[in-house]
Ligand binder design. Structure first.
Ligand code: FDA
Length: 526
């Protein structure tokens, strides 16, 4: 009792002064089995570290303005009992929980809500335990992908995980939304490579694959973060990579035949070997010849093999690109992660650094995605290029990412991520801007909506598919109060196609009162 009083006193004193959520703090301390430690992982608005902790992983600065709603409290659990106490007390006091692992949510849903809320930040839940012999790793959900790659490489340079390209992405959100990266044409999505999980539900029960059952285990591997409960850890399957891999990048302007190369790329990229992840990035640049604007198309890929193995394949399948030995570099797989993050020649330890550096430019951005089933015409491409030359698009980038490979062979219903056979490539639309332009952010967002509208006839239809991890609230959102199945199915079918209904069934079973919710969470059936 004495201990409890001391903890309460500490909690109240470090949050100094009037506390509208005092009852919530008292509840946390009472419900936590180890009340002596919970005080050190609670940040109220009066705590001097509150802003630092909140901003530590706000990756999209659009959601870091003075007008952005802020959490009443941030909890950074270091024990499972801290999660249990936070869930229980948030329910009791009518607060919503936003779970944050790496903070990369494109719409900021892991740290912004329109109702009173608590952020549960997994920064202290990030151990990575690699078992090379059995080719598995237990990874806590707050780890970033860079930590996972680094810890695996510490023990083996010929094993890896099917993770994403950018090393600062959190494992929690990445796998929850599917997970697409350098190895996905060879080994599938992140979610395809999870073999067990540790999960906490709305009642505070800690579940593993066996105790949660196959339906919930299916749902959390791609059904979108923040809908079902909190993932504490994933057991990942590690996959083989060769000791030497090759990377290449070849850039051509419109004057250097880029349009014809992209048209050809559309025909063949999805049929290239599974060992590649071909993509083509397009952006506007000043032409070196006459200072006029042109489009630069950059064709790049990882290849799981040597230059000598790659060149004949490219000469046979895509001779028009003219790939030469000088365009290619050999390295280890872990070094290729540095390469694709534009961190060449940096020590590997940089992958442990959670400080974010967006290699694509500005820290304010709006993202959209599309799937393409039929090659788009030259006229359609020219229309896209003309929009990329707009003033608002000076830092925009559009990337075509080839599908095919194992993605054609994994059934659509294997995990909630449904974008499998029949897709030639995915389009990633990124418009980004700098701080000084934030007053004009609407004009950039409008540009991205215009481009998306323009692309309507050329991309997937009924539904127009989109990638759940490239969250886009333009596709629709739940009401703040009562959620509607009909309303949610509009964006739900774009992200999950027919898997949406199974996700709703799982949600109805695991969280019927809809405690875990946000603008695009899966609704239960009422
Ligand atoms: P964040 O912490 O913001 O969480 C995202 C969502 O998941 C939120 O709804 C959150 O509540 C929920 N969530 C987080 N942790 C959870 C947990 N432990 N349990 C339950 N729910 C949880 N994607 C990709 O597939 N391949 C790529 O290469 C890239 N590249 C990329 C680059 C950059 C710069 C950005 C900003 C984003 C990407 N993405 C990506 C998209 C990325 O995969 C997506 O935003 C993930 O959801 C991010 O996961 P975080 O944990 O970082 O985000």
């Amino acid at each position: 009792m004495l201990l409890l009083s001391l903890v309460l006193a500490a909690l109240l004193s470090f949050s100094m002064g009037a506390l509208p959520h005092e009852d919530f703090l008292q509840c946390l301390s009472l419900r936590s089995n180890d009340s002596s430690t919970i005080s050190s992982v609670i940040y109220t608005r009066n705590n001097p570290s509150y802003s630092t902790v909140l901003e530590s992983t706000i990756r999209n600065l659009r959601f870091n303005s003075t007008n952005t709603p802020k959490p009443l409290v941030i909890v950074t659990p270091s024990r499972t009992s801290h999660f249990q106490a936070t869930i229980s007390c948030s329910r009791k006091h009518g607060l919503q929980i936003r779970t944050r692992s790496g903070g990369h949510d494109y719409e900021g849903l892991s740290y912004v809500a329109k109702v009173p809320f608590v952020v549960v930040d997994l920064v202290n839940f990030r151990s990575v335990d690699v078992d090379v012999e059995n080719r598995v790793a237990w990874v806590q959900a707050g780890a970033i992908l860079g930590e996972v790659y680094y810890r695996i490489a510490e023990k083996s340079r010929t094993l890896s995980f099917a993770g994403g390209v950018f090393y600062s992405i959190g494992v929690g959100g990445y796998i929850s939304g599917g997970g697409f990266g350098l190895l996905f044409r060879k080994y599938g999505t992140g979610g395809d490579n999870v073999i067990d999980a540790q999960f906490i539900d709305v009642n505070g029960r800690i579940l593993d694959r066996k105790s949660m059952g196959e339906d919930l285990f299916w749902a959390i591997r791609g059904g979108g973060g923040g809908s079902f409960g909190i993932v504490l850890a994933w057991k990942l399957k590690l996959v083989p990579v060769p000791a030497t891999v090759t990377v290449f990048s070849v850039s051509r302007t419109l004057e250097q035949n880029a349009t014809q190369l992209i048209l050809r790329w559309q025909e063949i990229a999805h049929q290239l070997p599974d060992e590649m992840n071909p993509d083509v990035s397009m952006f506007s640049v000043n032409s070196t010849q006459d200072e006029r604007k042109t489009i630069l198309a950059s064709f790049s890929s990882l290849f799981l093999g040597t230059i000598d193995e790659l060149l004949p394949i490219m000469q046979q399948r895509f001779p028009e690109l003219g790939l030469s030995r000088q365009d290619c570099s050999e390295m280890s797989w872990i070094e290729s992660i540095l390469y694709f993050n534009q961190l060449q020649n940096q020590p590997l330890e940089i992958l442990l650094n959670r400080t974010f550096r967006n290699p694509l430019g500005g820290q304010y951005y709006k993202i959209k995605s599309d799937y393409v089933k039929e090659p788009i015409s030259e006229t359609a491409l020219n229309g896209l290029f003309s929009r990329l030359s707009d003033e608002e698009a000076s830092s925009a980038i559009i990337i075509f990412m080839a599908y095919g490979g194992i993605m054609d062979r994994i059934p659509e219903e294997a995990t909630p991520f449904p974008h499998r056979a029949g897709n030639l490539y995915k389009i990633y639309y990124n418009v980004n801007w700098q701080e000084q332009d934030d007053v004009n952010s609407q004009k950039y967002i409008d540009w991205s909506r215009r481009v998306y509208n323009y692309m309507t006839p050329f991309v997937s239809k009924s539904p127009r598919e989109a990638y759940a991890n490239y969250r886009d609230l333009d596709l629709g959102s739940n009401n703040v109060g009562i959620t509607s199945y009909t309303q949610a199915s509009v964006w739900g079918r774009k992200y999950f196609k027919n898997n949406f209904d199974r996700l709703v069934q799982v949600k109805t079973k695991i969280d019927p009162e809809n405690f875990f919710k946000h603008e695009q969470s899966i609704p239960p059936l009422h």
